[in-house]
Design a protein around this ligand. Structure first.
Ligand code: C5J
Length: 219
């Protein structure tokens, strides 16, 4: 057994059931000229966590523990894109439109790729998800079951949207989830802080939170 120094209390784990889930570290969200930037967001905030996410992934790989990646993206024919998601608001670019990195959030397009610094290693699962949560409409639950994973460390973007949604979905399915607080980011720093507080409130109602250094020292 291992223990990660965490809030609201220590996170005890069995290395045999522990995995890392890296959410949506995609060019469209993180790089200038992508979807996130086209919505008026400052992507520099998200770019800044790349080295920390890299260190976290490196720690899991070195310990021989599974790393799973997700990407928020849709089929080229948009058959998995609800009109409500495509038509929301009046953005300059909508999902499926041609953007500077290919069609926005479409599987196989350059913008939907994970940033090169965090490229999945051979054999690491990559879950393409049409929603904010990684369980909806995907094989994620099966991928976790196949690897006997019950305890998950979460990293990636954005904290209060896809990361928190997936942590909540995992929590409801009986997983223990810990958020690596400096390996996740939001376009809105106050939303990140609020999301962390929501996760650990009421005795860890959604899960745990700890900096990457605490996770790495425990692996
Ligand atoms: C968003 C995500 N924010 N990965 N996606 O639309 O959080």
């Amino acid at each position: 057994m291992g223990v990660i120094r965490a809030e609201p209390f220590d996170f005890s784990f069995d290395p045999a059931t522990l995995g890392l889930v890296v959410i949506d570290m995609q060019r469209d969200f993180v790089e200038p000229g992508g979807f996130g930037a086209s919505l008026g967001n400052d992507v520099a905030l998200l770019q800044a966590i790349i080295p920390t996410v890299q260190a976290l992934i490196g720690g899991f790989r070195a310990a021989g523990l599974p790393v799973i990646h997700t990407r928020e993206c849709h089929r080229p024919d948009l058959s998995d894109l609800p009109p409500a998601k495509r038509d929301r608001g009046a953005p300059a670019l909508r999902i499926g439109d041609e953007g500077p990195m290919g069609r926005i959030l479409i599987a196989g397009e350059p913008g939907a790729d994970i940033v090169p610094e965090l490229a999945p290693a051979p054999g690491e699962p990559v879950i393409d998800k049409p929603g904010k949560g990684a369980f909806y409409g995907t094989e994620f639950a099966q991928v976790l079951a196949d690897r006997n994973l019950r305890q998950l460390v979460f990293a990636g973007v954005t904290t209060e949207v896809c990361v928190q949604t997936t942590m909540r979905e995992a929590n409801d399915r009986g997983f223990d989830g810990l958020l690596a607080t400096d390996a996740t980011e939001s376009y809105f720093p106050e939303f990140k802080q609020a999301a962390i507080r929501m996760i650990i409130a009421q005795g860890g109602i959604v899960g745990w939170a700890a900096p990457t250094a605490h996770v790495l020292e425990a692996l």
